[in-house]
Design a protein around this ligand. Structure first.
Ligand SMILES: Cc1cc2nc3c(=O)[nH]c(=O)nc-3n(C[C@H](O)[C@H](O)[C@H](O)COP(=O)(O)OP(=O)(O)OC[C@H]3O[C@@H](n4cnc5c(N)ncnc54)[C@H](O)[C@@H]3O)c2cc1C
Length: 421
């Protein structure tokens, strides 16, 4: 155990992409930042498939050595099959370890300290009370200091799916719905390394989807995800079934053996359900439900949110009250709010799709140009995209608008219920 008070300006709980991005930005602005990560290494264990999109990653400065590009995206439905081809790759699969460690290097270079095997047990409160007073640090256990108090002026909850500090502070709801994913990283040299595949339908993943993401060096991530409690299907059983479908794609004579197994959870909560800032507490990434619930893509959104939060911490100039930090939620909503709201509305609409509806949706996807389809996969519902789709398939826009207005009506009814005595 070390002696003396342990003090920082900012404590970041969680060394995933959200926490590391926030730490780098805050440290770059001159704040003393400590990141507590409960695992023994950044990027370990891998819990995510790493599917992403090249242009936004480039915009974030992620080096191209961190991803494997894909030139085709195939969607296989119960009786339908559509493939979109890209001469210049738009989609990619991240080397998750390399990406997270690149983010960690950025944080360290900016002056942040990362503590590994540092398990945060709970918040400290300025008034010593539980659940009310301003957050003033964390209680943490690590191999060097044992259980100790780490004091700070502000804490960033970047703990991922649990968002336990935000939940305890009443800033976000429980995880009433979560995506549960299970994935094998296979050595499968016979598989086409240019093609990512999504499987839809009751047979493969009721209410979810299956995927094959090539990640280079003859490897493929093969996984399934379902949403709890909407589906009670067992991912292990589904993955076993998917392996058969995969073997026929990869060539039955070619070897396909597991080298790694990944599993994890992602929250499926409404994007506006989390209060992103409280007194002395900031929430980023999955902890704040900031990923896209359309395909369960969260890494680049976590980096974006982390950077915005880190910038706001610097600009707050020491005023870590809700008011002092208000620029973070405002900027985040401006940058991503619309796309996340539409993704969530679509998620709630398609979660109980049966085979016939999936086939219909895939035929609709077939009508879109590769560029338009890529934007759907990437949850990019910009006005430019809407105008171009209006020319190709106006009924798709209508259906999206219906999903969003149904979601808004549901929200209105819920808030009326909450207000009525
Ligand atoms: C199966 C699966 C597949 C996915 N596939 C994709 C995909 O293809 N593409 C994509 O972009 N996204 C994908 N996602 C989503 C993506 O993984 C998340 O959105 C992203 O990791 C969120 O980053 P984060 O930093 O908010 O949280 P996390 O990456 O979860 O990081 C949180 C960190 O906090 C640490 N932590 C938690 N509690 C404590 C504590 N008490 N003390 C100290 N440390 C703690 C954890 O160990 C972890 O390192 C997938 C998710 C799952 C589950």
């Amino acid at each position: 155990m070390r002696d003396g008070p342990d003090v920082a300006d900012v404590v970041v709980v969680g060394g995933g992409p959200a926490g590391l991005a926030a730490a780098a930005e805050a440290a770059r602005g001159g704040l003393k930042v400590v990141v507590c990560e409960r695992n023994h290494a950044i990027g370990e264990p891998v819990r995510t498939s790493g599917g992403s999109f090249i242009r936004p990653l480039r915009r974030l400065g992620v080096p191209s050595s961190c991803w494997h590009p894909v030139h085709r995206i195939r969607v296989i439905g119960p009786t339908t099959d559509v493939v979109k081809t890209y001469r210049t790759a738009v989609g990619c699969v991240l080397d998750v370890r390399a990406t997270y460690q690149w983010l960690a290097a950025q944080a360290v270079d900016a002056g942040a300290e990362i503590r590994l095997k540092a398990h945060v047990e709970g918040p400290l409160r300025a008034d010593g009370a539980t659940g009310t007073g301003r957050v003033s640090g964390v209680r943490v256990r690590d191999p060097f200091r044992g259980v100790h108090e780490l004091h700070s002026r502000v804490v960033v909850d970047a703990s991922g799916h649990t968002g336990f500090l935000a939940r305890e502070a009443g800033m976000r709801p429980r995880n009433e719905r979560s995506a549960v994913g299970l994935e094998l990283e296979l050595r499968a040299p016979g598989y086409d390394a240019d093609e990512a595949v999504f499987w839809l339908g009751d047979d493969i993943a009721p209410g979810g989807y299956g995927w094959a993401f090539p990640c280079g060096a003859g490897r493929v991530r093969l996984g399934v995800g379902v949403v709890r409690p909407d589906s009670d299907a067992e991912p292990r059983v589904l993955l076993d079934r998917l392996l058969d479908a995969f073997r026929s794609l990869a060539g039955p004579a070619s070897p396909a053996g597991a080298i790694e197994m990944h599993s994890g959870l992602m929250p499926v909560i409404p994007p506006r359900a989390t209060q992103l800032v409280g007194d002395g507490l900031v929430v980023v990434g999955d902890a704040g439900g900031q990923g896209s619930t359309l395909l369960g893509e969260g890494i680049r959104y976590a980096i974006t949110a982390g950077r915005i939060a880190g910038t706001s911490l610097v600009e707050a100039g020491g005023d870590y009250s809700r008011r002092g930090l208000a620029s973070y939620p405002r900027r985040w909503r401006r940058s991503t709010g619309r796309d996340m709201a539409i993704s969530y509305a679509v998620n709630t609409r398609i979660c109980d799709y049966g085979d016939a509806q999936w086939d219909r949706a895939i035929r609709r996807l077939d009508r879109l140009t590769p560029k338009q389809a890529a934007r759907v996969f990437a949850s990019d519902f910009s006005p430019g995209w809407a105008v171009s789709v209006l020319m190709t398939d106006p009924s798709l826009l209508l259906s999206l608008a219906r999903a969003v207005s149904r979601r808004a009506a549901g929200r209105g009814a819920a808030s009326q219920r909450a207000q009525s005595p």
